[in-house]
Design a binder for this molecule. Structure first.
Ligand SMILES: O=P(O)(O)OC[C@H]1O[C@H](O[C@H]2O[C@H](CO)[C@@H](O)[C@H](O)[C@H]2O)[C@H](O)[C@@H](O)[C@@H]1O
Length: 254
């Protein structure tokens, strides 16, 4: 981490749920830990540091829940949407629209997933610009597993549909995106930067897999990973960001 902190120019790219924000039953209640938010505020004003949040959340939701510092890059919907946050909180979007056929497919997928949720008590459907997400955190374990399998093996296998298992969710997207491809595009846009990426979920593995020499990959939690480093949970991740903010500040003054 000290070597990374000493690089002239760094991109610190972070997953949201399960990395900055602890899991909660209602996704609308998720918030970053205060220590993580404070560290991001310090990092945002440090020389040579760029910040990015890379999330499965739609962009506006990510901005409203995470309240990131101005000039933070936001990647939403697992990479389908990208924007930079202005000083006044406006999203400067890299354009994204669904093609007509994708929009039709999304309507069909949404209706199929709604039918599954209607049969499995405690499950519900989240609607995103390019995906429908079946949530099962508030269902009994056997019901959750049945619902996830039905969505994954049913509409999840339709041509043009990309199924992603997440933490007690399955997301069916009508565009072929990954956090890894989005992180690579962001790195190309920013030029010569060392990249720190941290995340907890399977979807974060595509981003962690893009990292190379000079970068820093951190897995949050106990799941299998390609990342060389690991922290136990969200509070431990917040401490990493706090240390990084301090080291970055002291390195700058050396
Ligand atoms: O890429 P992320 O920032 O980690 O977002 C992934 C998904 O996060 C949300 O769902 C997860 O967090 C919820 C709130 O803690 C929890 O209730 C749910 O079980 C988790 O899977 C969000 O609702 C999804 O849209 C994101 O794709």
């Amino acid at each position: 981490m000290r070597t990374f902190a000493a690089a002239p120019s760094v991109l610190i790219a972070l997953d949201f749920d399960g990395c900055l924000a602890p899991f909660v039953p209602d996704p609308a209640d998720a918030r970053p830990l205060p220590e993580a938010s404070e560290a991001l505020r310090r990092l945002a004003t440090a020389d040579g540091v760029q910040l990015a949040l890379v999330s499965g959340r739609p962009l506006e939701q990510l901005r409203d829940l995470a309240e990131p510092p101005a000039r933070t890059w936001l990647v939403g919907s697992h990479g389908a949407e990208t924007a930079e946050l202005d000083a006044d909180g406006t999203l400067q979007r890299v354009p994204f629209t669904l093609a007509g056929a994708e929009a039709d497919l999304l309507a069909e997928v949404t209706s199929a997933v709604e039918s599954i949720a209607a049969l499995q008590p405690g499950t519900w459907v989240e609607h995103k610009p390019a995906a429908a997400v079946l949530h099962t955190r508030t269902a009994a374990e056997d019901v959750a597993e049945r619902a996830l399998r039905a969505a994954h093996d049913g509409p999840g296998h339709w041509p043009g549909v990309h199924a992603m298992r997440g933490n007690q969710v399955v997301e069916l997207a009508v565009v072929d995106v990954t956090k890894g491809a989005a992180l690579t595009a962001l790195r190309e846009r920013l030029g010569d930067v060392a990249v720190l990426y941290a995340g907890d979920d399977v979807t974060d593995e595509t981003a962690l897999a893009t990292l190379g020499p000079g970068d820093l990959g951190i897995k949050v939690g106990h799941a299998e990973t390609v990342a060389p480093f690991r922290v136990a949970d969200e509070p431990a991740m917040a401490r990493v960001l706090t240390d990084l903010a301090s080291w970055r500040a002291s390195h700058h003054h050396e």
